[in-house]
Ligand binder design. Structure first.
Ligand SMILES: NC(=O)c1ccc[n+]([C@@H]2O[C@H](COP(=O)([O-])OP(=O)(O)OC[C@H]3O[C@@H](n4cnc5c(N)ncnc54)[C@H](O)[C@@H]3O)[C@@H](O)[C@H]2O)c1
Length: 250
């Protein structure tokens, strides 16, 4: 079997890190992309120590030239890229009336324009291979809305619309595109930062108590779903929004 090559963005921490490690365990060579060079190198090192293949790629997903340079390194190392997990993201809590143009533009650039850039740069490899898998990490806030997160939830809603559109535009090339919108996933840099906020602790505990499965998500919960979506088995699944959220939507 020809070895598959995946780019996982935001892979120095949390969900991206767990996903990079999970896909590597399935025999996929991984481009571990992150703004954080040391973090990406550490994850690539962990994968190699476990017998997998990985290369650390320091890049900014909102910057096309930076993405192009990273992809050139990944292709040099392992060949054409036919799997992408658009996971890199930032969050923020700002009341709607206080949001600035800069807040909005930065959020949309990192969380949504990034997926446009990264995916557009990779799809030609997928078309040439006649096979491809795109997974976009959205957020349940795109489905439920989230107070003080208009910029964040809007960027994540865009990920769902982009997912459904790419599924239709590239399905004829045997390329699938699906979205995973997590709810609250524990033990990530992003969620640890939020969890520390005094005004959020009660809300997070209430979310656990209200959910059918009474625990927070772990990064590995998301990674497992992504691993299935990028597998050959999931070839007839496209344009879908797969909630990995313990049954919680609100
Ligand atoms: N943790 C949650 O509860 C949760 C819930 C819903 C959605 N999500 C989404 O899941 C994804 C991963 O979240 P996480 O909790 O693992 O976050 P995290 O902060 O642990 O990891 C995100 C990674 O993205 C990287 N990154 C940020 N901006 C970047 C850029 N411009 N270029 C390259 N890399 C960049 C960060 O350095 C970091 O390593 C995000 O898109 C997030 O919005 C997370």
């Amino acid at each position: 079997m020809t070895e598959k090559v995946a780019l996982v963005t935001g892979a120095a921490n949390g969900i991206g890190k767990a996903t990079a490690k999970r896909l590597a365990r399935d025999g996929i060579a991984i481009g571990v992309l992150d703004l954080l060079e040391d973090g990406a190198a550490a994850v690539a090192g962990e994968i190699e120590q476990s017998g997998g293949k990985a290369i650390a790629l320091a890049a900014d997903v909102s910057d096309r030239e930076s993405v192009q340079a990273a992809l050139a390194r990944l292709r040099d190392a392992f060949g054409p890229v036919t799997i992408v997990v658009n996971n890199a993201g930032i969050t923020g809590f700002v009341p709607f009336l206080e949001l600035t143009d800069e807040d909005w533009d930065r959020m949309l650039a990192v969380n949504l324009k990034s997926a446009f850039i990264v995916t557009q740069e990779i799809i030609p490899d997928m078309i040439a291979a006649g096979w491809g898998r795109i997974v976009n990490i959205s957020s349940s806030s795109a489905q439920s809305g989230a107070v003080k997160m208009a910029h964040y939830s809007s960027s994540k809603g865009g990920m769902i619309a982009l997912t459904r559109t790419l599924a239709q535009e590239f399905g004829e090339h045997n390329i699938t595109c699906n979205a995973v919108p997590p709810r609250f996933v524990h033990n990530t840099a992003m969620s640890n930062e939020s969890f520390e906020r005094e005004d959020m602790k009660e809300r997070f505990q209430a979310m656990v108590d209200a959910g059918p499965i009474r625990r927070h998500g772990e990064p590995e919960d998301i990674a497992g779903a992504v691993a299935w979506l990028v597998s050959d088995e999931a070839g007839y699944v496209t344009g879908q929004v797969i909630g990995v959220n313990g049954g919680r939507y609100i």
